[in-house]
Design a protein around this ligand. Sequence first.
Ligand SMILES: Cc1cc2nc3c(=O)[nH]c(=O)nc-3n(C[C@H](O)[C@H](O)[C@H](O)COP(=O)(O)OP(=O)(O)OC[C@H]3O[C@@H](n4cnc5c(N)ncnc54)[C@H](O)[C@@H]3O)c2cc1C
Length: 313
Amino acid sequence: MSSVALDLERLVPGGVETDVSLQRISRWRIGGSADVVVRPRNVDELAAVRCWLHENGQRSVVIAGTSNLLFSDSGIRAPVIQLGSSFSSVRVDETSIDAEAGAWVPGVARLSMAHGLSGLEHTCGIPGTIGGLVCMNGGSMRRGIGEVITRVQAVAPDGSIVSMTKDECHFAYRRSAFQTNGLIVSNVKLQLDATLDRATIRREMLRILRDRRRKFPQNLPNCGSVFVSDPSMYEQYGPPGKVIERAGFKGTSVGGAYVSPDHANFIINRGDATSEDVLSLIRMIKSAVASETGYSMAVEARYVTNDGLIQEI
Ligand SMILES: Cc1cc2nc3c(=O)[nH]c(=O)nc-3n(C[C@H](O)[C@H](O)[C@H](O)COP(=O)(O)OP(=O)(O)OC[C@H]3O[C@@H](n4cnc5c(N)ncnc54)[C@H](O)[C@@H]3O)c2cc1C
């Protein structure tokens, strides 16, 4: 183990892995290897890790379910902090839910339904963690998780713990302050609505899941919708999937990556795709759509560089 890995292992005993294949752990099944991945199990371990990295001048990167990330083919040299199932306790208190960052979104949505609480129906098919969802202000049907958030607890780069109101999180469509402020979400408080009965909430979730199963490619490595839907482009030309389809990209491939023949806003890894293949396909689509419509589509997925920077594509 490197000396960084040994020091992190001291702070998170049994929670450090070295030379981790990102191809193995990522949703897109793409990426080189990460030198060190540390998986804190509670806010104190997370704070201790951040404090140590800060004091030792080490840049790090936070990842979670990896369902919105494209990793560099040359891997990541900076230490990776991954929040997942070992940091995922969830507590329901009357009409509110307190969830740790690593809690699995569909699980939290199901739990809310079991308690007759609505507001999370649109998230029930999103394969990520609460922390990732808050950072991306993810959701479906043009909604975002930010709508039901009352408070977010986060850990600053120096290891201090901060508590933020919803306003301080600056939620906007697929945007939040956590994309730029360097804070790592550790815990989220959601305020839900108790006016609908359990059966109605369940029916709505099943309808959403059926709809997603019908529209989206299943069981193939992908990162969900690649491009963000722009309301004015939507009004003039339709959603990104339709626009990309009209531009003739359904089924188009570069290396091992191809545009899904089912839904053109999905890029699939055939098995041997590299991040360069995906980036080339994205650039080709973006430029063709811009010259046909005048709209420069924003990319929802993020690229993780070799030195641990998370970049817009
Ligand atoms: C099949 C499929 C369907 C999808 N459908 C949808 C959908 O309907 N709607 C939607 O919005 N998204 C969708 N996505 C994208 C993705 O699931 C969401 O963006 C999700 O919220 C990302 O969560 P994650 O845990 O996987 O985060 P990751 O992909 O690991 O990380 C995403 C970003 O969040 C940051 N991050 C992660 N955890 C934290 C934390 N604790 N604190 C601060 N920052 C953090 C990371 O640094 C990164 O910038 C889909 C993806 C797939 C594969």
